[in-house]
Design a protein around this ligand. Structure first.
Ligand code: NAI
Ligand code: MG
Length: 480
């Protein structure tokens, strides 16, 4: 792992498993609390004393542009690394790599556009607002978008002038380490970015309580998120929480039928459904429901499951054996709760038997209180139910403790916008599902978390606000 500009080991290791074959493809250090401490001290020093403290915004921006360029030059290797490490189809991994480079470029441009304000106040004084970097940030990321989540975290933090200790997920640490190599290569000074590989309970937990870390930016499950919020209280960390979802995708009868069927499948099954914003709750207007679910099950057969390194593959294995067991246990629950129309198991034939594959699975006529309708499964499992009318659709969409994303399909844009205004979720799409823009704020309502990443909101999350008041009157205030 990468601490204070050096490649170091720990006294324990973690195996890294290729989920397509079940074989160990690498081992990485399992960071302990003392490794985390070294990383945090290095980041602290780079922030408090330099070299990052004295690196100009312009130079920070230039480094981010160089990093984006290096990512593009190594795109094939980075895409292959994520695919082999966590199972996403190679074509999707290539999108992620391109997106990661774009993200660093977006924030490279923003580094020089951080500015304050001058306020008019009722006094002979000037009041100013300055924005300053939050300090040392601990960034904890999940395994579903390993490289892209590194970019979403490091891009704004570096642009803002923060230093970082970043911990990739224990299942998928390899692309973050390769990114650190590229950062070293393009000239990021030592200590500015430290990558610690390790698990949540030991390495992640040590970051959350570390007194030298000012902020935790977390993306992952809601349960881990709640632990982090509680454990970070004693050191009063700033927090950004990007957590789970059970996102409604609403199809009205007047939608473009073909586009909506496509969008429903893509929303549910892209990246094996291992997406916080997956459209895992599909709600379809009653009058087209029967026809829609028939077509959905039919077209769902086209989702090609297989070796994610093959370009024709549209669904790879799940990230791990443990995660597959969790997803299969939800499918078993679903079989008792609803009607199965596609998939419903793990493929047992040939090469697929070796990896952690789960078939694309669709349940229909799912009751509103069914567990598969309410709980995040984080796999290729879609729950479908009908709704009666606009009011019913809105009520059902909001009937969840989560509030991350939502989709709406209708040709009536006024109705679409009305519905979107009523849905309490931070990311919404009309007549599409999943496109994510570096320019637009990403994050959730309710138990999907708080704070926003990406766009201008994303850099604000790495800045403190300071007010400076300058008296312009020479005479004393003569109070005493
Ligand atoms: P997780 O949320 O436990 O792990 C995500 C990251 O947090 C990893 O880097 C992990 O090492 C770290 N972590 C875990 N516990 C921690 C703790 N107590 N303190 C500090 N860091 C900690 O996700 P996991 O266990 O892989 O999956 C469990 C469920 O969480 C999934 O089935 C899924 O429902 C959800 N999930 C949601 C994600 C999202 O993007 N919303 C991403 C990954 C999982
Ligand atoms: Mg966990």
């Amino acid at each position: 792992m990468f601490i204070d500009g050096e490649w170091v080991k720990s006294n324990k290791t973690l195996p890294v498993v290729n989920p397509t074959t079940g074989a160990t493809m690498a081992t990485v250090p399992a960071a302990t609390a003392s490794d985390v401490d070294r990383a945090a001290q290095a980041a602290r020093k780079a922030f408090d004393e330099g070299p990052w403290k004295t690196t100009t915004a312009q130079d920070r921006g230039k480094l981010l542009f160089k990093l984006a360029e290096a990512i593009r030059q190594n795109a094939d290797d980075l895409a292959k690394t994520d695919t082999q490490n966590m199972g996403k189809p190679i074509v999707e991994a290539e999108f992620d790599v391109n997106d990661a480079a774009n993200c660093f470029e977006y924030y490279g441009g923003l580094a020089t556009k951080i500015h304050g304000q001058t306020l008019t106040v009722p006094d002979n004084a000037v009041s100013m607002v300055m924005r300053e970097p939050v300090g040392v940030v601990g960034q904890i990321i999940p395994w579903n978008y390993p490289l892209l989540m590194s970019a979403w975290k490091l891009g704004p933090a570096m642009a803002a002038g923060c230093t970082s200790v970043l911990k990739p997920a224990e299942q998928s640490p390899l692309s973050a380490l390769k990114l650190a190599k590229l950062m070293e290569q393009v000239g990021f000074p030592k200590g500015v970015v430290n990558i610690v590989t390790g698990d949540g309970p030991e390495a992640g937990a040590a970051m959350v309580v570390h007194p030298q870390i000012d902020k935790i930016a977390f993306t992952g499950g809601t349960e881990a998120g709640k632990h982090i919020i509680k454990n970070s209280a004693d050191t009063m960390k700033r927090l950004t929480m990007e957590l789970g979802g059970k996102n409604p995708n609403l199809v009205f009868a007047d939608a473009d039928f073909n586009a909506a069927v496509d969008g429903a499948l893509f929303g549910a099954f892209a990246n094996q459904g291992e997406v916080c914003s997956a459209g895992s709750r599909l709600l379809v207007e009653e009058s087209i429901y029967a026809k829609f679910v028939k077509e959905l099950a039919e077209r769902g057969k086209r989702v090609k499951i297989g070796d994610p390194m093959k370009r024709e593959t549209k669904m790879g294995p799940l990230v791990s054996k443990e995660h597959r067991e969790r997803v299969l246990s939800y499918i078993a629950i679903g079989k008792k709760e609803a009607k199965l129309v596609l998939g419903g198991g793990a493929p047992t034939d040939g090469e697929l038997a070796k990896g952690w594959f789960v078939e694309p699975t669709i349940f229909v006529d799912v009751a509103e209180n069914a567990r598969i309708m309410r709980e995040e499964i984080f796999g290729p499992v879609l729950a479908v139910a009908p709704f009666k009318n606009e009011a019913d659709a809105i009520r059902m969409a909001n009937d969840t403790p989560y509030g991350l994303a939502a989709g709406v399909w209708t040709r009536d844009v006024m109705k679409g916008l009305r519905v979107m205004k009523e849905i309490r979720a931070g990311i919404q799409w009309l007549n599409t599902y999943h496109p994510t823009y570096n320019e637009a704020p990403w994050g959730g309502y309710k138990q999907s978390g708080f704070g926003r990443e990406l766009g201008l909101f994303g850099i604000e999350a790495y800045l403190e606000v300071k007010q400076l008041n300058i008296n312009l009157r020479e005479e004393p205030i003569a109070w005493y």
